[in-house]
Every structure is written in C-alpha cells, then in structure tokens.
Design a protein around this ligand. Structure first.
Ligand code: ADP
Ligand code: ZN
Length: 609
C-alpha cells in the first residue's frame, strides 16, 4: 500500500498536511529525519505510517505515560496493532504485551526512555528486527529545553547496542536552533533530513481583552462555549483555588490542577477533564504537558504569563484537532508586576552563580517585556507571535482580536498637538496630572475635584478635545507615551514633557494611531461552531459520540474528533461509501461506529422531513 492509501484506510484522511509526505518519504528511503512542527500539525502520522510500511518493529520513545496511552488507544481504534510498555501495566499485561511483540503482532511499540535500560527491552532489541526508533518530544534531550530528562541522554547507548542500526526519526515542537542541534548531536542522527513547518496555527483565534471585571469576562467566554472543553490558566495556586470555587458557584462544571494537590487528586481531576466529566480545567502552568486532548475549544489566560514561549505553548493546547478554537488572554496591568516579582524573587536554581543568575533574570525581564507588548500594542496578534518566533507573516490575519475589532489607522496629529500643548500649559502654571486626570481636563470635565484649580479661566487648553470621550482621549495619551512623545514620571506617575514633545510642538509631524472603529468588543465563542453548521444535528452527533465513548471507556475525541463530526454533519452520510468519505473515518471506524452515527442521521432526517 502507498502512504496515501494507508492515510485513508487507517486515519480516514484524504491528503497529507504540509511536511508530512516529505518526512515519510525520507524515512522510507532509509534516512534519519528531524521533524519540527507545531502542536497539532500532525507529527504522529509522520512516523506511524512509515512504521506500517517498514518490515520490522518501530519503537517510539515518548516521555509520558498519559501520552502513550492516548496514542495507543487512538491507533488501536483505527485498527493499527500498537502497544506500550510502561510502569502502569500490571505484570500479566506486561508479559502478554511482550509475547505479542515477540510474535511480531505489534508494529508500533511505545515506551518511556527509562524502559530502554530494562532487561526485557534489551532482549526485544536483540531478538526482534527493529526498523526504526522514533523519539517523540525530542526536545527532552536538550538541556535548553524546559522538560529535560536525563534518561534521554542514554538513548544513543541503547541504539549502539542494537545488532543493526535502525532509522532514527525525531520530532518536536520546539524550534530554537540550540535545541535542534542538541537533538542531532545527542541522538546521533546521521545527516538527517530536517524539516520545519511554519508555526502558524490557522484554526486558532487569538484575542487580548483588558476587562474591568476579569471574572465576568471569563464567565462570558465559558458560557459562549457551553458544553465544550476549555482550560483557564492562572499565575498562582491561590487564584486557581479561588476561580474554581467561584466558577462552581456560578453552576459551571470546573475542576482544578496545580502542584500543591496530591498526586491522586491531580490524576483524578485530569481524567475528569479528559473524559468530559468536567468541562473547564482551572490550572497553573503545571498542567498540560502530556495532555493530548484534541478537542479543547478554548484556552483562557486569566493572567498574562511570563513570556511568549510559555503563552504560545499553553494557548496551543486549544484546537489540536484543527477545528476552530479560541485563545484569549485577559490582561491586567497587575500581571506585569506579579510576573516581575516572581522573576526577581525566583529561587529556581541554587546551582547558579550570582552572575549567571543575574543574567538569566535580565533575560527573563526582557522576555516579559515582549509578552507585555503582545497585550498592549495594537498590532495583529498573529503577526506579532509569528515574528517573535522569527517567521514572516502579513500584518493582517483577520482572525485575532486586533484584526476583528477593526482598528482603523487615523491621523491624530491635531489631537496629539492639543494634548502636548495642554501638558505644556499646565506645566507653566505649575500643575501635573496623571493620564486619566489629564484626559478629564482635555475633554472638559466638570468634576468637583478640578474646581479648586480654576482651570476654566486659567487654561486655554481646557476642554479642547471635548469631541472625544474621556476613554478615547486617555487612550491617545497612552499611545503618545508609548511612542515616547510624552513621558510618565514622578511619584504620582504624572504625564511629563520630554525632548521629543518639544519636537512635536515645533515640527508638527504626522502621527497615526490604530483606533478602534466601534466600541464593540469581539463576541467570544460563536466561531467554535463553524458558520452554517446544522447545530441540532451536530448536537445529536455529539450525543451519539458521548454514549459510545462512555460505553468503550475512552475519551470522546478518540471516537471521532470535532472536525470529523462537523464534516459528518455537513455530508450527512447514510451509506457506507458516503460515511467513508467523511474526514477522519477509516475502514475500521466505519465498521465500528458507522451504524450508530448513520442511524442518528437517518432519524434526524426523517423527523425533519
Ligand atoms: P502533533 O503530535 O503534531 O501535536 P497529532 O499527530 O496529534 O499532532 O495530530 C493532530 C490532529 O491532526 C489529530 O487529530 C490528527 O488525527 C490530525 N491529522 C493528522 N494528519 C492529518 C491529515 N493529513 N489530515 C487531517 N487531519 C490530520
Ligand atoms: Zn490578526
């Protein structure tokens, strides 16, 4: 069979995604490969399909038990003979699996790196022809990676003991040059074919909101995603506790995860989330590594995280199945200070000398600054993210809050001049104000607190921007500070003149700013069910999936992903051939699940007619 035929037969997909076919081709030609692809891009297919075509066994080294289980369950549901060996198996199952491997009944064997050093594994490796060894999450070999695991360093030793050197393929989502070099060196890849696909995740909507009431904003997002899974990331354990309680009080099905809980509770809560027994997971950044749940429809950051790398990784847990999903960051100025505090007081690594520690701290503060820019600059968010990772992107994506809110470029030269003049006049009469008070004065506020200054008589610039709302005016002042036409300083954070202000007054440059067209916040949610989808049928199909998943004791997305259900909803197949044409339905799944889903569709059509 060809790779294309296997893709259809086992996975039910019609075509390969970017990069997949090339990587598969090079593996089949006997070359080592290094695939660098973002989460959700479809790395698994790249080694699973060659594994089915190569003559011997493929060993996949994977860092976490939960990841292995998930992958193996998914493969088996698709009819691929796969298994894993790890400490979660009881002795009996372990022995049975080994026997299957020896009889050549298993094509793909998953194991943690620690397993390679055990006696049983050594025996397998000596007696069974191993065609390929795949290292998943390969950044774990690198000291540069955050998830470094020392047993990864001994993989090469294991490979060298094998009677014949297998093909080695490595995959990761981490893109930095240092990590890639480490992977090649530490795993001993021989002139590998390396491929990096773009980092863009087109199905993700990126949004930043700066709400007055974060909790309310959060509940609105959750309600817009009724019945769907989502993760809420918080900076501290305490906040996780509080938000979980508050959500429950609102009748929202939520659970929690952080390093302060017992292993048992963490495991339980995580499982509840994966099996859709609770829809919202409130967590610190301790949650997520090894979570393969592909139908997470939204990730909300209740606080701004400490850098863009963490943000992209955490937000990227949304929409791995390729269907639309939302990543919303609820920004508040306090998040900056909390992060600063955490960086400055981090006791993280006692082994470092002071100089190194200081340098790392400086780097961390620098990265925090970029994260803050993400939240405060009015640029296309996707453009900002991709450029941060060194990728080219157009300045408009149409699928982020900046692009959606319809910012328009406006010439604000006149307003800028008026604002700076006002600061200048105030200074002449010995007064200084903060951003909000200054905006009040510019729009001509009659508030009591300004009466004592008798501004109306003394200040020619009082109320010269009365055509603006106070909020618009304050926004412009902030913009001018951000662009360094004005400064902020002193004990009361007053708006002050600087050298460039003088330039502005004398040279009168053209100043443009992206201003919000309407005061309309982007409605959250809706996009998670694509437009034009028959929502009634979709709900019925989800219900059917839920029943099957419960009966089989697997997570719903293992039966079918949301993307598959949506395609089914559009095609409404009632016969085998048509059912097979649905994205994500292969031969085995047709046989297993075709009947109940087609029954649901027939019933629906009959009732509608
Ligand atoms: P990664 O390991 O890169 O994060 P996965 O291998 O888990 O990603 O794949 C993510 C999702 O994309 C899975 O639901 C998978 O079935 C799906 N997928 C993979 N390849 C294709 C393809 N060629 N066409 C459609 N969907 C695909
Ligand atoms: Zn955009």
């Amino acid at each position: 069979m060809t790779p294309e035929e296997l893709l259809k037969q086992y996975y039910g997909y019609d075509s390969f995604r970017k990069g997949q076919r090339e990587l598969i081709g090079h593996i089949l030609a006997g070359e080592d490969v290094l695939g660098i692809m973002p989460t959700g891009a479809g790395k698994s297919v790249c080694y699973q399909i060659p594994a089915l075509l190569l003559p011997g066994l493929t060993i996949v080294i994977s860092p976490l038990i939960s990841l292995m289980q998930d992958q193996v369950t998914a493969l088996r549901t698709n009819g691929v003979p796969a298994a894993f060996l790890n400490s979660s198996l009881d002795e009996d199952t372990y022995r049975r699996t080994l026997q299957q491997v020896f009889r050549g009944e298993i094509r793909i064997l998953y194991a943690a790196p620690e397993r390679l050093e055990t006696q049983s594994f050594q025996t397998i490796a000596q007696e069974i022809p191993v065609s390929m060894v795949t290292v998943d999450e390969a950044h774990c070999v690198s000291q540069w990676g955050q998830d470094f695991r020392s047993s990864y360093l001994r993989i090469l030793g294991f490979l060298q003991q094998l009677p014949r050197r297998p093909i080695i393929s490595a995959f990761t989502a981490t893109a930095t040059r240092e990590v890639a070099d480490d992977i090649i060196r530490i795993l001993g890849l021989q002139s590998p074919f390396s491929l990096t696909t773009g980092f863009d995740r087109t199905n993700l909507f990126f949004g930043v909101q700066q709400p007055r009431d974060k909790f309310r904003a959060l509940t609105e997002i959750i309600r817009a995603h009724e019945g769907q899974s989502g993760i809420v990331y918080c900076l501290t354990r305490k906040l996780v506790e509080q938000i979980t309680d508050d959500l429950r009080e609102q009748g929202i099905s939520a659970t929690r995860y952080h390093a302060g809980l017992t292993d048992e509770e963490r495991r339980q809560n995580q499982e509840d989330f994966i099996y859709d027994r609770t829809s919202v997971m409130v967590a610190t950044n301790a949650f997520g590594m090894g979570i393969d749940k592909s139908d997470v429809r939204f990730v909300v950051h209740y606080n701004m995280p400490k850098n863009i790398e963490s943000y992209y990784q955490e937000a990227g847990r949304a929409g791995r199945d390729g269907s639309p999903a939302e990543c919303i960051l609820l920004y508040g100025g306090r998040d900056v200070r909390t992060n600063q505090f955490m960086i400055e007081n981090s006791t993280g690594n006692d082994l470092l000398d002071d100089e190194t520690r200081l340098r790392i701290q400086q780097q961390d503060l620098e990265r925090l600054k970029h994260m803050t820019f993400y939240c405060t600059r009015h640029e296309c968010l996707r453009y900002y993210l991709l450029r941060y990772f060194g990728e080219d992107a157009p300045g408009y994506c149409g699928n982020c809050s900046t692009c959606r809110t319809n910012y328009e470029k406006r010439d604000i030269s006149v307003e800028a001049l008026k604002i700076v003049s006002c600061v200048y006049r105030l200074q002449q009469i010995g007064l200084q104000f903060g951003v909000n008070a200054l905006a009040d004065i510019l729009v001509g506020s009659k508030a009591e607190k300004y009466q004592k200054f008798h501004l109306e008589g003394r200040l020619s610039t009082y109320g010269i921007l009365s055509e603006l709302t106070q909020k618009q005016c304050a926004e412009m002042i902030r913009f001018l500070i951000n662009q360094m036409w004005l400064s902020k300083g002193g004990e009361y954070h007053a708006v002050l003149l600087n050298r460039r202000s003088a330039e502005l007054l004398t040279e009168r440059p053209v100043i443009t700013m992206n201003v919000v067209k309407e005061e309309q916040p982007v409605p959250a949610g809706r996009r998670s069910v694509p437009e034009g989808l028959d929502e009634t049928l979709y709900a019925l199909l989800r219900e059917t999936r839920k029943k099957i998943a419960a009966r089989e004791g697997v997570p719903a997305y293992i039966v079918f992903t949301d993307t598959t259900l949506q395609d089914m909803c559009r095609k409404q197949p009632v016969q085998d051939m048509a059912f097979l044409s649905v994205q994500g339905v292969g031969q085995v799944k047709l046989e297993k699940y075709g009947t109940p889903f087609m029954k649901t569709i027939r019933q629906y059509q009959a009732e509608k007619a």
